[in-house]
Design a protein around this ligand. Structure first.
Ligand code: 13P
Ligand code: SF4
Length: 301
């Protein structure tokens, strides 16, 4: 605590003087998640909550596409991302030009973009989804065939869940692609009775071996509701740290892969972002308006 106290206190004071709120993703480190964040959640919750923020400033403790989504949904606010290099391998895997080529190649097939995309990509697609609502989004379209991009694993997992014909893109999350089905089998051998929860960005063969697959918020709810005595969350490292705090009676087995982008956000750069107004997210208004339409369609489901 001694390591963090000065920055935590400075951030709490800066939030008051600047009328700011901090939105933090479930993968942020515990000192951010538990000590300075006002709102925490998965990508879906952060998009919804960003719309409702009444403060002057939103600091997004997460990755760049999340800060962009907050700006898209609440454009009159100052949205700060403490490190502009906090990217995402999925968002980096696809461009607006790629979307236009997909449309030409598959005329009339609706395009669903994962929120892990940049604003210019969101502006080109028909609707967005998150890992928390992807199945509901594709079903809502009422057609047998959809394009879902850029995460090929999420798309294949949703195809298996819904039985729909889903055209994929060759993107992957650099964190979740590392988990294997052999890892799950080994965990079960090493930790008898363990309940295995996985994120749907994991490859389908990993999901097939798991007890449950869901968004970071869905994993959290599963633990709260079912109280598995021994549990493993196959996802980013901080997730178990953040959830385990609430359940000292449960045993969390903790193999994990770190997201280097999420870990670029620290107490120090959150403090600096509030002190020096770093780094405000700006989006071309025409692109932002079209991207907003895709996010709003998703939120309406
Ligand atoms: P969630 O929407 O499940 O929080 O996932 C976001 C993410 O980046 C997962 O890697
Ligand atoms: Fe992107 Fe994967 Fe990091 Fe999530 S965990 S921000 S999907 S690279």
């Amino acid at each position: 605590w001694a390591l963090f106290a000065e920055d935590v206190e400075a951030i709490l004071e800066l939030k008051r003087t600047r009328n700011a709120v901090i939105l933090a993703h479930n993968y942020q480190t515990p000192e951010i998640f538990h000590c300075v964040a006002d709102i925490v959640g998965d990508s879906l919750a952060l998009a919804r909550e960003a719309m409702k923020v009444d403060a002057d400033v939103i600091v997004l403790a997460g990755v760049y596409f999340m800060a962009e989504t907050a700006k898209i949904m609440n454009p009159s606010k100052t949205v700060l991302i403490p490190d502009v290099e906090a990217g995402c391998s999925l968002a980096d895997s696809i461009t607006p030009a790629d979307i236009r080529l997909m449309r030409e190649a598959h005329p009339g097939v609706p395009i669903v973009a994962y929120v892990n995309t940049n604003a210019a990509v969101k502006a080109e697609v028909d609707i967005c989804c998150t890992s928390g609502n992807a199945a509901a989004v594709v079903r809502s379209l009422g057609v047998p065939r959809v394009i879902m991009l850029p995460d090929q694993y999420l798309a294949r997992n949703i195809a298996a869940e819904t039985g729909l014909d889903i055209i994929t893109w060759a993107g992957q999350c650099e964190v979740h692609e590392l988990f294997t089905a052999a890892d799950v089998r080994q965990l079960r051998e090493d930790h008898p009775g363990v309940t295995v929860l996985v994120h749907p960005e994991c490859p389908p063969e990993v999901v097939a071996e798991a007890d449950f697959a869901g968004s970071t918020a869905a994993m959290s709810h599963y633990v709260g509701e079912k109280r598995p005595p021994r549990v493993v969350l196959l996802t980013e490292c901080s997730m178990s740290d953040n959830v385990a705090v609430h359940y000292p009676d449960l045993e969390f087995v903790r193999p994990c892969n770190l997201c280097p982008h999420m870990k670029r956000i620290t107490l120090k750069n959150i403090r600096r972002s509030l002190e020096e107004n770093l780094h405000p997210v700006e989006i071309d208004p025409e692109i932002a308006a079209r991207a907003r339409r895709s996010v709003e369609r998703m939120l309406a489901i």
